[in-house]
Design a protein. Structure first.
Lengths: 187, 245, 166, 445
């Protein structure tokens, strides 16, 4: 899943495309060349909408939301009912464990936990997807859509792929070698 | 050492009695003299507000005599209504307190724990009798007035809600005396300051769980009513209607 | 720049805090008694009952500090060999009270009665510790609410707030 | 005024335009911040004075135990609904026009929530004991009383504040990444940290969008619950004039009403200050004006329903409150309020031409907020001033200290907002880009 290269001198072909050019045909061509999906990364300054790469396995974020929401209900019940039972003090004819109160507090803690849980899961997920600094192109900031292909062992394909990208309409193609000097922003 | 050897750790064998403190206010006897107000101030270390604050409506009184006028001069009739905390069984002030500073004691008293109070003042809003009073500033007594403070009642700092306690310090003492003698509190053992000072005996205090107590008898009077009874707060203070009406 | 600002802010806060806390903290110096009275000697070696000196414990809220006359019942027949005993005699001769520093304190909002606790069968040492082994009585650790509550729970005493709060 | 470019070439322009407020600061900004700082200092001084001497520095007295602080609390939490409503509900309904508006409104939410929390502290009689309100295990073995509506409130506001912070942060991540790349200096490491290694790969976009999609409906529900609970603070009490079932929905709509008003006003001011005419267009104002029209009508309907019920029921305790509003003590503020939040918006917003007039809308937005501030006070004071035992009837007007604190806090809100604008772009940059490309593509087809 994580494509961070193991070796230091891995080659990466990077193509920068005008965002109006549809990328799916390019990706299909690359697949024909025998590049597996997990070696390709599409980088854009805004979401492209349609999913281009069958990359990482779908992430069941909603399940985490539900689980942490249920956990939140538990917290709410503990707070509103549990603490009242720990030191029961009668107040104004209201029961020690008052159902509407438990409902209100549990609702709030459910929402709190669901949102925090979803957020944490998402952050961890995004953090894990932080690939090599190579996949970071400052030029995408200016509006280009980047397509990077990690070659892995097949370094010989570099030229072929680069011309393929050029033919597909890439504004700029670059072959980079992953090294430690790319650490800071990759320029 | 002699004390060490006699350490006794079995729970206390004191029998416990259940009490339900109640007050009866006979409006027919109330002359509006406000002796109760003064006595209450002295007994309960109530903050002296002064002229200026009184004008702002901030004078703290745990018991007040409300005056209602009827008719036009010279045919005026005045009605006095002593109002203190009604110690409601279903007190609206209690559940709204976020920190349990206001709660209901097992003896039916509506308690205010001053040191727990953070001063959100919701209880004050929700009391339909406006019986709750707030310390807007720290209290101050000129010397030597500070020497006459009641040591059994804590001095409330600023920012704290307070109200009539039925003189809980006297109740506590009465119960302790009774417990030492191994008996139940007798009717008349405990008199809150207002009751003690009322020259016309318009105020009567006692234990409703004691069927022979004076309050138990007076509560059954056909003159009896509760203040704002329709709100369903079940007050522990019963008023007796004036006879002249 | 940011770090500098943080340090500056922290320094100012600490300075203000230090100024603010001056005089409010309990310093060991403040606990210095006018005479070095030893509980170990009186309650331990001499085995005097606590309530011989603290005589009001069974009858009132406070245990009470003995009057100098009470001390004198024994001390009139004891030779003033130590400087402290001589100091004591000076106090007595000059008709001056000894201003003991109160070490066991409860806040104003707590209602505590020695009487009821002794009546319930507690001993002095349950709360005050083994004073018979203390040559210098230390300031009592703050009697916190949770500490009181634990005992009340164990012994089935009342846990109603108004039992102890006034 | 910036010319609005077409197509994807405009992306660098968007970057430049929207990041420029973060990179260049004029002397006017410093002056503005300085002036606000003075007001904040005055407010802080007033609060310190109040803590030292006592809460009696307010004009509160029995039976009016709540006053301007709680009124302001309700008002500010209402303002906080701007962000959640605009960005939550509009995101939920996939309204394309929301794009340039969301970030500003969300920032407003966060700032308003901070201010809201402040008013709780101003209000406390013994603010140094505020930790009694926090549920944590302690040696006293006592917990807060969750049966109290104030604890519901505390829980709800905590949830809302946390959720809103997360909710504004999520769409900020790509922008933080952009600023990490574009902005040098002391802010860069902060942005790097906040961008959590964002590089814009499709998988990251997918995860982020899923998270936003999940959290959006949740936060809309939280928003509704928060102001319902604020309404119940009043509604569940016994006080005549408060004890009403309509309070929860009425408060929610009222909150959205003032939130939208504030958003319109803020939008106009930002557009003028940072010359964002190319981004915030008349159509955005028009949409907001339409929403305002809806909230005005719904609010007026709910208000009428409440007052009608009281009037027809003719219960003396309740009538005392209503009479004091309609004809007696509080008649002037009441009718000003009616004019500000119902009549004026209705009379102006019905005109289609007015709805496209940004300046006019800003004025209406501010008037609505003045009206809503009065309305919050009028909910609290007349009701408390007329308890059932008429011997205790009383009146109240905020003291100088209260005014100073309220104004200082308003300045604090503006200051926070102004400072935030130097740290985050006022318009969500990536959403703006996505919107442009979306527009471009649909135009091509």
């Amino acid at each position: 899943m994580n494509t961070r290269p193991e070796r230091n001198d891995e080659q990466v072909v990077v193509g920068l495309f005008d965002p109006t050019i549809p990328l799916s045909p390019v990706l299909d061509q690359l697949r024909c060349e025998g590049i597996p999906d997990y070696r390709m990364t599409v980088i854009s300054p805004f979401p492209l909408g349609n999913i281009l790469i069958n990359g990482p396995v779908r992430f069941p974020l909603h399940r985490i939301t539900i689980i942490s929401g249920l956990f939140g209900i538990g917290i709410g019940v503990c707070l509103s009912a549990g603490t009242a039972l720990l030191y029961p003090l009668a107040t104004g004819g209201k029961p020690i464990v008052s159902i509407p109160v438990v409902g209100i507090i549990s609702f709030e803690t459910m929402m709190l936990m669901a949102i925090i849980g979803t957020f944490m899961a998402m952050m961890i997920r995004i953090g894990f997807m932080q690939q090599s600094d190579l996949s970071h192109f400052p030029r995408t900031v200016e509006g280009a859509v980047g397509l990077s292909i990690h070659l892995g062992d097949e370094t010989a394909k570099a030229q072929a792929i680069s011309s393929l990208l050029q033919k597909a309409g890439a504004a700029d193609v670059e072959i980079r070698t992953v090294g430690s000097h790319f650490r800071n922003g990759g320029t | 050492m002699s004390q060490d050897n006699q350490e006794a750790h079995e729970p206390s064998k004191q029998p416990t009695w259940s009490y339900k403190w109640e007050m009866v206010v006979d409006l027919d006897r109330c002359s509006g003299c406000e002796a109760c107000v003064v006595a209450c101030h002295a007994e309960n270390n109530i903050r002296i507000s002064g002229e200026e604050e009184a004008a702002q409506g901030r004078a703290i009184n745990w018991i007040r005599i409300e005056r209602y006028w009827e008719g036009e001069y010279p045919n005026v009739k005045v009605k006095f209504l002593p109002v203190m905390c009604q110690h409601c069984d279903e007190a609206p002030c209690e559940p709204v307190c976020p920190v349990y500073a206001s709660y209901h004691t097992p003896e039916g008293l509506n308690a205010q724990v001053y040191n727990r109070c953070v001063g959100v003042r919701y209880c004050g809003n929700n009391c339909p009798y406006v019986a709750r009073q707030f310390n807007w500033f720290d209290p101050h007594w000129e010397e030597p007035l500070a020497e006459q403070l009641n040591p059994d009642v804590s001095v409330r700092s600023g920012g704290v809600m307070e109200k009539c306690t039925f003189c809980v310090q006297r109740i506590r003492r009465g119960k302790e005396t009774a417990a030492k003698e191994g008996r139940r509190v007798r009717d008349g053992d405990i008199t809150p300051a207002c009751v003690q000072s009322c020259p016309t005996s318009a105020l009567i205090f006692g234990d409703r769980n004691d069927p022979d107590s004076r309050v138990s008898h007076l509560k059954k009077s056909e003159r009896g009513f509760h203040l704002l009874e329709s709100l369903g707060t079940h007050p522990s203070v019963t008023y007796l209607r004036r006879l002249s009406e | 720049m940011g770090v500098l600002l943080a340090f500056l802010a922290g320094g100012v806060a600490m300075g203000i805090g230090a100024l603010y806390s001056t005089g409010s903290a309990d310093l060991p110096v403040q606990d210095q008694q006018p005479l070095s009275f030893s509980h170990r000697l009186h309650a331990g070696t001499l085995n005097i009952n606590c309530q011989f000196c603290h005589r009001y414990a069974t009858q009132s809220l406070v245990a009470g500090v003995p009057s100098m006359a009470l001390c004198q019942t024994c001390h009139q027949s004891i030779k003033n060999t130590t400087p402290d005993l001589q100091k004591f005699q000076t106090f007595w001769n000059q008709n001056r009270p000894i201003r003991w520093v109160r070490l066991q304190r409860l806040p104003d909002h707590v209602y505590f009665t020695h009487e009821m606790h002794l009546l319930a069968g507690l001993s002095c040492t349950s709360c005050h510790g083994k004073v018979s082994r203390m040559s210098h009585t230390p300031r009592a650790p703050s009697y916190e609410m949770g500490w009181c509550l634990t005992c009340h729970q164990q012994r089935g005493a009342s846990q109603d707030c108004w039992t102890c709060h006034k | 005024m910036t010319k609005r470019p077409v197509g994807w070439e405009e992306i660098p322009v968007i970057n430049r335009n929207l990041l420029s407020p973060l990179q260049t600061t004029t002397w006017r900004y410093f002056l503005w911040v300085g002036v606000l700082g003075c007001f904040v200092a005055a407010g802080a001084g007033a609060w310190t004075y109040q803590i030292q001497t006592g809460i009696g520095q307010t004009d509160l007295h029995p039976p009016i135990f709540w006053g301007s602080y709680i009124g302001s609390f309700v008002f500010w939490i209402g303002v906080s609904h701007s962000g959640t409503f605009i960005s939550g509900v509009l995101r939920l309904t996939n309204a394309e026009w929301r794009r340039p508006v969301t970030r500003m409104a969300e920032l407003m939410t966060i700032v308003a929530l901070i201010v809201t929390a402040l008013f709780v502290f101003y209000h406390l009689g013994r603010v140094w004991r505020f930790y009694y309100l926090i549920p944590y295990p302690n040696q006293r073995e006592l917990w807060p009383n969750f049966r109290s509506p104030l604890m519901w409130d505390a829980t709800a506001i905590f949830t809302y504040a946390t959720a809103s912070t997360i909710y504004i942060y999520l769409p900020l991540i790509p922008d933080f990444a952009l600023m990490r790349d574009r902005i040098q200096g002391w802010r860069k490491p902060i942005y790097r940290w906040l961008a959590v290694g964002w590089h814009g790969s499709q998988a990251q976009w997918q995860t982020l969008e899923t998270a936003i999609r999940i959290i959006t409906p949740l936060i809309v529900m939280v928003m509704i619950s928060v102001h319902s609970i604020v309404g119940w603070d009043f509604g569940v009490s016994l006080v005549p004039g408060w004890h009403s079932t309509i309070f929860a929905p009425y408060f929610v709509v009222g909150a959205v009403h003032s939130g939208l008003g504030m958003a319109v006003a803020g939008l106009y001011i930002l557009r003028q200050t940072y010359r964002l005419d190319g981004y915030i267009q008349e159509k955005h104002f028009e949409k907001l004006a339409q929403l305002l029209m809806v909230t005005t009508l719904v609010l007026a309907y709910l208000y009428f329903a409440e007052q009608l019920t009281v009037w027809y029921g003719n219960v003396p305790d309740h009538m005392a409150v209503q009479n004091s509003l309609l004809t007696e003590m509080y008649a002037v503020p009441f009718w000003v309020m009616v004019g500000c939040i119902y009549l004026l918006p209705l009379l102006t917003l019905v005109w289609p031409r007015f709805r496209r007039w940004p300046f006019g809308l800003m004025v209406i937005g501010l008037i609505i907020n003045v009206g809503m501030y009065i309305e919050r006070m009028l909910i609290i004071v007349p009701s408390l001033g007329h308890p059932r035992l008429s011997f205790q009837w009383s009146e109240y007007f905020p003291s100088l200290i209260e005014f100073t604190i309220m104004i200082g806090t308003l300045a604090f809100a503006l200051l926070l907002y102004s400072l935030a604008l130097k740290f985050v772009p006022a318009i969500s940059i990536w959403e703006e880009k996505a919107g442009r490309i979306h527009e471009y593509k649909t135009r091509e087809e």
